[in-house]
Design a protein. Structure first.
Length: 140
């Protein structure tokens, strides 16, 4: 007489396998989620450098309540007030676009009187970076 061998899993084996798979999935998602949401360090560093460059350029200008003529490019501007409302992709001080930085956007806001508040924001099209740099400029 031939005995039938029964194949399959017991309830204990099934619960143990399910527990191991659940713990493995939880560990895997804890590694994947922060990596997917983090910005590329190079994008962050470039945004910081762009904001610092614009801020340095603005702080070299005079603080005038009446900016006078703000026509022409940034190279012709004499007052920090001319930068208020600036919204553009990064360009050099003469208005020439920088092709390698075309994925970024720079906005500038100048508010208040002496000392004037200056805010430079740099964002990236990926949405992963929105870098803000703020400063004050006195009338001296």
């Amino acid at each position: 007489m031939q005995l039938k061998t029964i194949r399959g899993f017991t309830l204990v084996e099934f619960v143990l396998a399910l527990t191991v798979i659940g713990i493995g999935a939880a560990i895997l998602t804890s590694f994947v989620t922060p990596t997917a949401g983090s910005a590329d360090p190079m994008i962050q560093a470039q945004a910081r450098a762009i904001a610092a460059g614009y801020m340095d350029e603005i702080l070299l200008r005079k603080h005038d309540e009446d900016p006078g003529d703000c026509a022409g490019g940034r190279g012709d501007w004499a007052s920090i007030r001319c930068y208020d409302g600036l919204d553009e992709p990064p360009t050099d001080q003469f208005g020439n676009p920088i092709a390698a930085l075309s994925d970024y956007r720079v906005t500038v806001a100048v508010s208040g009187s002496a000392p004037a508040g200056i805010a430079v924001n740099v964002s990236h099209v990926s949405g992963s970076v929105d870098y803000a740099l703020q400063s004050r400029r006195g009338a001296y």
